[in-house]
Design a protein around this ligand. Structure first.
Ligand code: AMP
Ligand code: MG
Length: 394
C-alpha cells in the first residue's frame, strides 16, 4: 500500500519522463487558459512614462504655494512636454510635463471637472507632496523584469498585462493529448436503451471534461467489455497521444479488464491509502509506436474524478485553491486512509459534506464545490474543527 504522496510522486515522475511539451506561440487572443512555457519579461516600463492619476494640475511640489498661473493643458495621448512652471491643467493618463513632480486633484481646487482657463490663476491647498498622484514610469513593473513566470495559467489579467507590454504572442506549452478509455461490460453509451443490469458510462464524459478544463485535449473511447483482448485492440488502434487514462477494471475482482490487459505489458497495479480511489495502476505502454504513460483509475465515477484531482490535475494545471475551513458537522474517517469527501462552502464560512462516503454518489458530487481532506490518522473530526478544503468550482 502506498501513500497518496508516494503515488503522486510516482505519477509525476512517470508523466514528466515521457511528456515534454513543445512550446507554441499563439496570439494573445487565442491564449486564454493556456499554460506559460517560459518566463515572460516586459520589454517596456509599465507604465511607460510618468502620467497623471487624476484630473488636476501638474506642479512642482516645492513651488506650489501661493497663487499660480495656469500655464498649459495636457490630455491623455498628448506628447511629453517640458514643464513651463506655474500649474499645468492635466487629465488622467496624460504625461506629466518633464520638471513637474506632483498632481493636485482638480476637486482640491474647485468643483470637480471645472478647470481654470490657461492664464487664469489658481490657489492650491498647501502643502503638496512630491510624487502625489503621479503614476511613475515603471512603478508597476520595470522594463526587463519578469512579468509572468513559467507555469502561469493565462487568464484575463495575465493576458491584459501581456497586451499592456505590447506583446502579441506568448510562449505556451502544447496541450497534452489524453486518451480516455472507460471499460466495463455493464456500460452503455448515454442515449442508448439501458438493458437490465447496465449503467450509462459517466466517466468518458466526466474525465474528458476534467482533462479539457485542465488544458488538455481529450480523446475518449469506450471499451464496453471485460475482455482484455478488446481493450488491447482499442489501444492498438489509437493514434499518438501524450497520456492514456483508463477507468474501471483495476481492483482485485474476477473481471478486472484493465489489470488483465495491462499487467502483462508491465503496468503495475496496487493500492493507495486513499478513499475513494484506492486501487490504482501506473506504467508505460506502447501507443502508436511510442512509449506512453498510462494511469489506471478505478471505475466508480467519484473514484475516477477524485483520482484525477489528486494525481493528474496538479501536473497539468497546478494545485487547486486550498482553504482551511471549519466543518459544519462532525465526521468519522478511517485511520488508515486519506479520505476525500465532497463538500460545499456555506455562507457561515464552514464546509458541509454533501452525500455519503460511497464512491457511486456522483449526483452528490455534482452538487459540491469542494473536496474535503481527512488525512491518514484522523478518525473523527468534530463540528468546528478546521480541515483542508480544495475548491473545485472552476
Ligand atoms: P470497476 O472499477 O470496474 O470495478 O467498477 C467499479 C464500479 O464503477 C462498478 O459499479 C462499475 O459499474 C462502475 N463503473 C465503472 N466504470 C464506469 C463508468 N465509466 N461510468 C459509470 N460507472 C462506472
Ligand atoms: Mg469493471
Amino acid at each position: 500500500m502506498s501513500t497518496v504522496a508516494e503515488h503522486q510522486a510516482a505519477v509525476r515522475a512517470l508523466v514528466s519522463s515521457h511528456w515534454r511539451p513543445a512550446t507554441e506561440y499563439p496570439p494573445l487572443g487565442a491564449a486564454l487558459g493556456r499554460v506559460l512555457a517560459d518566463d515572460v519579461r516586459t520589454p517596456i516600463d509599465l507604465p511607460p512614462f510618468d502620467n497623471s492619476q487624476m484630473d488636476g494640475y501638474a506642479v512642482r511640489a516645492d513651488a506650489a504655494a501661493g497663487p499660480l498661473r495656469v500655464s498649459g493643458h495636457v490630455a491623455a495621448g498628448d506628447p511629453i512636454t517640458a514643464f513651463p512652471g506655474g500649474a499645468v491643467a492635466i487629465m488622467t493618463g496624460a504625461p506629466v510635463p518633464l520638471g513637474a513632480d506632483a498632481i493636485v486633484p482638480v476637486e482640491a481646487v474647485g468643483a470637480p471637472g471645472e478647470f481654470a482657463a490657461v492664464d487664469d490663476t489658481v490657489e492650491l491647498p498647501a502643502p503638496v507632496e512630491p510624487g502625489s498622484f503621479v503614476r511613475a514610469r515603471g512603478s508597476d513593473l520595470a522594463a526587463g523584469a519578469v512579468l509572468l513566470e513559467a507555469g502561469t495559467v493565462l487568464g484575463p489579467a495575465q493576458l491584459g498585462a501581456l497586451a499592456a507590454s505590447g506583446l502579441t504572442t506568448v510562449p505556451v506549452r502544447a496541450r497534452p493529448r489524453v486518451l480516455i478509455v472507460s471499460t466495463g461490460a455493464e456500460l452503455a453509451e448515454p442515449g442508448e436503451p439501458l438493458a437490465p443490469g447496465a449503467i450509462y458510462d459517466a466517466n468518458a464524459v466526466s474525465l474528458s471534461a476534467a482533462i479539457t478544463l485542465a488544458g488538455g485535449i481529450a480523446l475518449a473511447t469506450g471499451v464496453y467489455s471485460d475482455e482484455p483482448g478488446h481493450l488491447r485492440l482499442a489501444l492498438e488502434a489509437a493514434g499518438p497521444v501524450d497520456l492514456v487514462v483508463t477507468s474501471g477494471g483495476v481492483s482485485a475482482g474476477a473481471h478486472e479488464v484493465v489489470r488483465d490487459a495491462l499487467e502483462p505489458l508491465g503496468v503495475r497495479f496496487g493500492s493507495v491509502a486513499l478513499q475513494p480511489g484506492g486501487p490504482q495502476g501506473l506504467g508505460a505502454i506502447t501507443v502508436a509506436g511510442a512509449p506512453t504513460p498510462v494511469l489506471c483509475f478505478p471505475g466508480n465515477p467519484v473514484s475516477s474524478l477524485v483520482s484525477f484531482e489528486l494525481f493528474l490535475r496538479p501536473l497539468l494545471r497546478g494545485d487547486r485553491p486550498v482553504l482551511r475551513l471549519p466543518l459544519s458537522a462532525s465526521v468519522d474517517s478511517p485511520a488508515a486512509k486519506h479520505q476525500v469527501r465532497r463538500g460545499r462552502l456555506t455562507d457561515a464560512g464552514t464546509v458541509e459534506l454533501v452525500g455519503g462516503v460511497s464512491s457511486h454518489l456522483l449526483a452528490a458530487y455534482a452538487r459540491s464545490d469542494a473536496l474535503v481532506h481527512l488525512p491518514v490518522g484522523l478518525t473523527r473530526a468534530e463540528a468546528g474543527e478546521v480541515v483542508e478544503v480544495w475548491r473545485i468550482d472552476e
